[in-house]
Design a protein around this ligand. Structure first.
Ligand code: FES
Length: 580
């Protein structure tokens, strides 16, 4: 798009707090000065918030205080006034029932924290899975200049001479134990080998995917996504982003200029090329909802369908984020999309330039990691959106993580009414199940298992694993970790707890999955389905009070991003009912 920078100098938002001699101006400045701040910082220069998701309970973001200092260097250097502030940090590996339950709360926290304070621009310091979308959602709803800096991935994990990827090997090792191929002692030894350094998951899981989405959307400087957390260039990226946000404030370059339909289409195609997480579907739909872009599940299917996956990273491939960075990182991938006619080259970025200008000189230094199209991991790397009488509003499947022989499959349903039912019965050798069956898990959608837990890649029954079988068709309304894999149908909408058809599937029903034709069908008559739905009654627990109740009552379906109904849209930066 054509962007015309605003005139500079001009009066900024922060001058409402700091730029005068009234009692209130003195009140705002005086209390700030207890931190030892000199007068000239209040002279009308851009005030830059550093919105920090640092927390020792979000270990993936545990190093962000150091990065915040680097951002401050850049802000000062460019003539801005940096102020760091904390926001709710959604740590994937620690929060229960799931960090996703708190994404919307964190987004609300970020939105209100930005709007209520004297900020002219904001640096979003993120990393772990939900921290990136929640801060993007909150900042988009305020729409002051914003730039993303991610914490970067951990170094490669190594165990018994082999690369081990965050999450991916957690699932692999736990299946190996059930199959009798690994001892518990070995599993314990692998624990620290999987997490060798500060940073986010080192696979192309949700954190790396969302870092890539931020870059592809144009909301982070080019090259940001893949730099390892401990690489000195991560600090340089933080420093440069600090400098850049000051100029963005002067130019008045806001998220609404960058987060256009073209930007979302670029991100969807990028997700296909990197073999990104299915979680990106939900998060991008939610971010788009904040800026009034009518993005749909059908856009995901249409735009991603012909994008080959060319990034050879776990869980779909062999390598890890460290190697992706050494190979050239995301700019190489975006350049490839541009060369293939799959990129809106003029989409604007935080750099103030079109995305193509940012990537056109990128070079690929390792064709085993970023492979040529002829050696693509899959020719159809996007997210497949399935529809049918079992998923009228859609369900998703990640072809690059699925088994080719199961992409067209008909099998007998083995139904688990909820996650407790699954846990109680899955290891029972008398369970009537084999590898031809379709495992169905209900009541794990946004309302059913508050937050829509990442349990969709439910482990296979031990008696099947012991035969050497590693994949079966699984269907649920849950999500799946971006580090996981398998022929797993997710986000089935409407969810079971909202009375979707998934709620009335019975053990013994036959289900047909046909990925090529995007079909998910329960083989019963329309009359039978209608009769079952008529007789259906909710069986999930409705939280009595508190945030869980608010979540249950206001969360929307996965097919539209699982945002709260009252949070959609951009509310701007004006302080409501300002008494000053
Ligand atoms: Fe935090 Fe994976 S658990 S990035």
């Amino acid at each position: 798009m054509t962007f015309k920078p605003a005139q500079w100098p001009r009066k900024l938002r922060s001058t409402e707090w700091f730029g005068g001699t009234s009692r209130d101006h003195i009140y705002h400045r005086s209390w700030m000065k207890n931190q030892g701040l000199p007068d000239h910082l209040f002279d009308g220069r851009p005030v830059i918030g550093i919105c920090n998701t640092w927390s020792e309970l979000t270990p993936c973001n545990g190093h962000l205080r150091d990065l915040a200092e680097r951002v401050k260097h850049g802000v000062f250097e460019a003539g801005g006034f940096p102020v760091e502030f904390p926001v709710f940090s959604t740590g994937e590996s620690t929060l229960r029932p799931t960090a996703m339950m708190y994404r919307n709360m964190a987004a609300m926290n970020v939105e209100e924290a930005i709007r209520a304070t004297p900020l002219d621009g904001v640096v979003l310091l993120v990393g772990c899975d939900k921290t990136t979308p929640s801060l993007l959602m909150g900042a988009a709803s305020v729409d002051i200049p914003a730039i993303v800096v991610t914490g970067g991935p951990m170094l490669n994990g190594w165990f018994q001479g082999e690369r081990v990827g965050s999450g991916t090997h957690l699932w692999k090792f736990s299946e190996a134990i059930k199959a009798g191929k690994m001892t518990q002692e070995e599993f314990l030894d692998a624990e620290i080998a999987m997490s060798r350094s500060p940073g986010t998951c080192n696979t192309m899981g949700t954190a790396s995917t969302m870092a890539s989405m931020a870059e592809a959307l144009g909301m982070a400087l080019s090259g940001n996504a893949a730099i390892p957390a401990v690489d000195s260039r991560r600090r340089v990226m933080a420093h440069l982003s600090g400098s850049r946000i000051v100029q963005m404030v002067k130019d008045d370059l806001k998220p609404s200029h960058i987060l256009t339909r073209q930007a979302f289409e670029n991100a969807i195609r990028t997700n296909g090329a990197i073999g990104g997480s299915t979680n990106a579907v939900i998060h991008l739909l939610a971010i788009a909802g904040r800026v009034g872009i009518d993005l749909t599940l059908d856009d995901w299917d249409r735009l991603g369908r012909d994008v080959p996956t060319i990034v050879n990273l776990m869980p779909s491939g062999e390598y890890l984020m460290e190697e992706f960075f050494y190979a050239g990182g995301l700019p190489v991938v975006i350049k490839r999309l541009g060369e293939a006619g799959m990129l809106h080259k003029d989409a604007l970025t935080v750099a103030g330039e079109p995305i193509w200008d940012q990537v056109k000189d990128a070079r690929n230094w390792n064709e085993d990691v970023i492979v040529p199209v002829e050696r693509a991991l899959t020719d159809h790397g996007g997210i497949a959106v399935l529809k049918g009488n079992l998923a009228p509003n859609g369900a998703v499947l990640k072809p690059s993580a699925a088994s080719p022989h199961l992409m067209q499959h008909r099998g007998k349903a083995v139904v688990f009414e909820d996650i407790d039912d699954y846990k109680a019965r899955i290891e029972d050798d008398s369970l009537d199940i084999d590898e031809t069956c379709v495992m169905v898990l209900k009541n794990c959608g946004p309302k059913g298992y508050p937050g829509m837990s990442e349990v969709g890649n439910m482990g296979l029954p031990p008696k099947v694993l012991k035969k050497g079988i590693t994949d079966m068709v699984r269907i649920s309304d849950a999500r799946m970790s971006g580090t996981a894999y398998g022929t797993v149908v997710l986000h089935t909408s409407p969810e079971a707890a909202a009375g979707g058809p998934l709620a009335v599937v019975r053990t013994g029903d036959v289900i047909e999955l046909d990925v090529a034709n995007r079909r998910l069908h329960l083989e019963i008559s329309d009359a039978e389905l209608a009769e079952r739905l008529e007789a259906w009654k909710p069986s999930h627990d409705v939280p009595a009070s508190g945030y869980a109740r608010l979540f249950h009552d206001h969360v929307q379906g996965a097919d539209t991003g699982a945002d709260f109904d009252f949070l959609k849209g951009c509310r701007g930066s004006a302080v409501p009912k300002d008494s000053h």
